[in-house]
Design a protein around this ligand. Structure first.
Ligand code: SF4
Length: 240
């Protein structure tokens, strides 16, 4: 696997993002997917894909608890770029049993409940969305959290058996904002109200000046536990 990552890294080096995406879809036709939650980074990547007509399959995880603003951003994106975005949902029976047993907001009561909710609403649907694919494009940036500082642009995801590609890994928040503004990319209006990382409505708040990017996610929890299980840090990279 390390060899494949090194080869790919060598091929991607020195190319711009549109070229990198084209190279990946040519190398793995029909097996490159991009997950969007309609945050600013994801919108920038969607723009690269749509503006260059790159045949990447785009999907989103509709947890059922998103902000109304997220759904309107989704609509505006589809409308502007004439894209198909596949929506993945939690298993109806599993979510029914969970809510019936623990109530609709049990994630505030314990980390265990929160992780169970994230597992049902995000992790399981993600596993289905990634199945059979070779490359998973994400909007991860290194400055989003300490954990993400260690990431490489290409990583092997052992759980999902897929290579993750983070084209914006080294972009700053300012660069993403500038790109979105210059290219008139539709974006979630919550970003103008202090929200940076936008997830489910009951689990996301705006951050205050100077706070960490991820401070607005599950703010009632200890910092070290703030991942939802979508991005387990990979151990195999092109450089390790
Ligand atoms: Fe559930 Fe909150 Fe996780 Fe969304 S972010 S899946 S509401 S615990």
């Amino acid at each position: 696997m390390r060899e494949l990552l090194s080869d790919l890294m060598g091929e991607l080096k020195g190319r711009d993002i549109a070229e990198q995406l084209k190279l990946l879809v040519n190398r793995f036709p029909g097996e490159v997917v991009f997950s969007t939650s309609f945050g600013l980074e994801d919108q920038a990547i969607t723009h690269f894909i749509a503006a260059n007509t790159i045949p990447v399959n785009i999907f989103t995880l509709d947890t059922g608890r998103n902000f109304p603003e997220t759904y309107s951003t989704w609509s505006r994106t589809v409308e502007k770029y004439k894209l198909t975005i596949t929506a993945w949902y939690p298993e109806a029976k599993t979510i029914q049993q969970f809510i019936t047993a623990k109530g609709p907001n049990s994630f505030y009561e314990s980390v265990e409940n929160r992780k169970e909710c994230c597992y049902i609403r995000k992790v399981e649907p993600l596993q289905k969305a990634l199945k059979g694919n070779k490359i998973w494009i994400t909007g991860i940036r290194a400055e989003q959290s300490n954990n993400r500082h260690e990431m490489q642009m290409l990583e092997w995801d052992e759980v999902n058996q897929v290579v993750k590609f983070h084209p914006l890994l080294n972009w700053t928040w300012g660069q993403v904002k500038q790109f979105v503004s210059r290219n008139d990319v539709p974006y979630n209006p919550l970003h103008d109200k202090g929200f940076v990382s936008i997830g489910c409505a009951p689990c996301t708040r705006a951050i205050k000046p100077g706070e960490d990017f991820r401070a607005g996610r599950w703010w009632w929890e200890d910092n070290s536990k703030k991942e939802c299980g979508l991005h387990i840090h990979a151990e195999v990279t092109a450089e390790k």
